[in-house]
Design a binder for this molecule. Structure first.
Ligand SMILES: NC(=O)c1ccc[n+]([C@@H]2O[C@H](COP(=O)([O-])OP(=O)(O)OC[C@H]3O[C@@H](n4cnc5c(N)ncnc54)[C@H](O)[C@@H]3O)[C@@H](O)[C@H]2O)c1
Ligand SMILES: [Zn+2]
Ligand SMILES: [Zn+2]
Length: 378
């Protein structure tokens, strides 16, 4: 029986309040409105940003209301489309995007940036273009994290926040291209523009950092130094291209000094994939003067990193990256192609698979450093 135009009842993991475990509930997902697409989510990764928002520094921020369906690293199939949707049809395989690409705004028309701002203010507070979300539970509106909310069997997203991907792509793998792997890979290739034969340091070896390691390798970097305080992450980093790994806790000197000694003056590129202001400062200071580039991919909402101005005056560049600099709608299908052509790896990032009702276990695995990515099947 077709569900087009109907409210769909399904299961979703609802975050009722910050800091508390998620609760798997029966929810209702409304039909898509104009320029919206309803998707059956098939698989979703659990990203550090979901954790951070729930339990970290973003916890309880007033401008992101609860209850909330988290999740923003997913893949699924179009169930139905709202009026005026021209680029999607039921059955299309898709990846929802927390960064849209409207294709029309000043930023979309510029090759310099991927920061489309269409619907931005709304998606940041968990609602769609009309200021409401499409998910409700027990008669109450449930917000959609970053305008997606993929910890639900169905969700609705704007048609500019969706990438159509090839039919033969395995959704339980390519879901990771919705956030973490793409972010790190692009931090190295698009934002950092890592060069052949260069030296790189990647701080933090979770999915974002390992994506960055892979990007440095694809760019042809000569040295790729993985930095993490959890040595259990080193084997996978080496598998994905790290030439050596360092645990800052094994050294009495600050890590930036250790890296400067290892590279005779500092690395050409440092990629921060932790989300810690102190690590961001260390990453900047580990780059070589005259031309070193530091890219910040880690996310933290309230804290500031400290920058010694002289470090910049001596020729270093400090950059940030959001979704790896990729133009989301047009680049995500190309990243899927890279995976299908064995240029980009994804299987290595998936350490656990769990059903939706074990979502809290996935958070525990991430936070305790036991997982890289858990893929949740819905
Ligand atoms: N810029 C973006 O668009 C974007 C997208 C996705 C994620 N993020 C952010 O990227 C960061 C990483 O995400 P993830 O999902 O890979 O997280 P993760 O938790 O899987 O990995 C973080 C890694 O950092 C390591 N770490 C912690 N403290 C460290 C320290 N002091 N020195 C070195 N390593 C340390 C941890 O051991 C862990 O291996 C988070 O801040 C996340 O919010 C940003
Ligand atoms: Zn993410
Ligand atoms: Zn735009």
């Amino acid at each position: 029986m077709s569900t087009t135009g109907q409210v769909i009842k399904c299961r979703a993991a609802v975050a009722w309040e910050p800091g508390k475990p998620l609760v798997t509930e029966d929810v209702e997902v409304a039909a898509p409105q104009a320029h919206e697409v309803r998707i059956k989510i098939v698989a979703t990764g659990v990203c550090h940003t979901d954790w951070e928002y729930m339990y970290g520094t973003g916890k309880g921020m007033k401008f992101r209301p609860f209850p909330l369906v988290l999740g923003h690293e997913a893949a699924g199939v179009v169930e139905s489309v709202g009026p005026e949707v021209t680029k999607f049809s039921p059955g299309d395989k898709v990846i929802p995007l927390f960064l849209p690409q409207c294709g029309e705004c000043e930023r979309c028309l510029s090759p310099k940036t991927n920061h489309c701002r269409k619907n931005w203010a709304n998606t940041q507070v968990g609602v769609l273009a009309d200021g409401t979300s499409r998910i409700s539970c027990k008669g109450q509106q449930v917000y959609q994290f970053l305008g997606i909310g993929s910890f639900s069997q169905f969700t609705v997203v704007p048609d500019i926040s969706l990438a159509k991907i090839r039919d033969d792509a395995p959704l339980e793998k390519v879901c990771l291209l919705g956030c973490g792997v793409s972010t790190g890979y692009g931090a190295a290739l698009k934002t950092g523009k890592v060069e052949k034969d260069s030296s790189c340091a990647v701080f933090g070896l979770g999915a974002v950092g390992l994506g960055a390691v892979m990007g440095c390798q694809v760019a042809g970097a000569k040295r790729i130094i993985g930095v993490d305080i959890n040595p259990d992450k080193f084997a996978k980093a080496v598998e994905l291209g790290a030439t050596e790994c360092v645990d800052p806790r094994d050294h009495s000197k600050p890590i930036q000094e250790v890296l400067a000694e290892m590279t005779d003056g500092g690395v050409d590129y440092a990629l921060e994939c932790v989300g810690s202001p102190a690590v961001m400062t260390a990453a900047l200071e580990s780059t070589r003067d005259a031309w070193g580039t530091c890219v910040i991919a880690g996310w933290t909402e309230r804290e500031a990193m400290s920058v010694v101005v002289e470090k910049l005056l001596m020729g270093r560049t400090l950059k940030g990256t959001y979704f790896g600099g990729w133009k989301s709608v047009e680049d995500v299908p190309k990243l899927v192609d890279d995976y299908m052509n064995n240029k980009l790896k994804l299987d290595e990032f998936i350490t656990h698979n769990l059903p939706l009702d074990q979502i809290n276990v996935a958070f525990d695995l991430l936070k305790s450093g036991k997982s890289i990515r858990t893929v949740i099947s819905l």
